[in-house]
Design a protein around this ligand. Sequence first.
Ligand code: RIB
Ligand code: CA
Length: 319
Amino acid sequence: MADCRPCEYVMRKILMDCDVGTDDAIAITAALFTEDAEVVAVTAVFGNTFVERTARNALNLVRHLGSSVPVAVGASAPLKDRGNIKPDVSHGESGLGTVTLPDCGGSFHSLNAPAAIYEAAVKASGELEIIATAPLTNIAMAFLLYPELPSMIRGLYIMGGAIDGGNMTRTAEFNTWNDPEAARIAFSSGAPCFMTGLDVTRNTILNEDDARAVRGVGTKAALVVADILDFMFARRDAGGEDAIMHDALAAASALCPGCVEFREYYVDAECEGRYTFGHTFVDTRGRTGNKPNVNVAVASSLPTFKRWLLECIERSARV
Ligand code: RIB
Ligand code: CA
């Protein structure tokens, strides 16, 4: 389709760091077809399942959707491996629930994830935006290996943490619980951080009407997302998690203007607490005296999110 934008228009450059994962897959699909942005790389990390599976899931997904974006393999364990990581069984054995994607048989990026992140930042000349929807191990490793990298990042949009509550424990969210040291490094890196936590994602739930609207678009992207949603509905009906769009909302926080409202606070990750391990401490009262370092999501618009997601899927029919 002829691009009717002025020739000086520059597409935003997006890197997705994910543990594909059902909701990660929806986030990647939306990002691939969102307006005004190009996914320049995908990096895989452990989390919802083992990195061998999250990487293969990511590669099969993007190739199935017609994208040649490189997929790099990343960390298989947290920075400080306490031997306590376990896959999130709510995504099923494969990580994609009951959804099976064709095995593209393709190969991964020749670089590992941290190197691929740095390469993407260099190529984007300081304009790279990262959407991280998994334990932050790859991001932290990249920041440790390339100390200048945080200053080369235009935005680091994180699905993780919470001001209040948790889903791995009562006080910790799954991604930050899986690597709190990495979260601490990301929050204190100096890169512009935007944290979309459970406070807003727990209310971002899709229903059967939404799935029917998506499926009606009829493209491969539409069918993948609708099939994932149907898996989530069956999981919900069996007493499991609802069709919560944790990762897609984090993607929307970067790509959908007006979807998520942020407020700046000082944030750190708890790396030692017996009962609070993995907790994201958000200094909403300014009591620490520390300078705010993270933009924390405090509100979101479900109608705006749903409209954006459907528009992305509908755009997959026009490319
Ligand atoms: O807590 C929600 C997060 O954990 C999401 O990123 C989901 O994919 C799981 O990884
Ligand atoms: Ca995830």
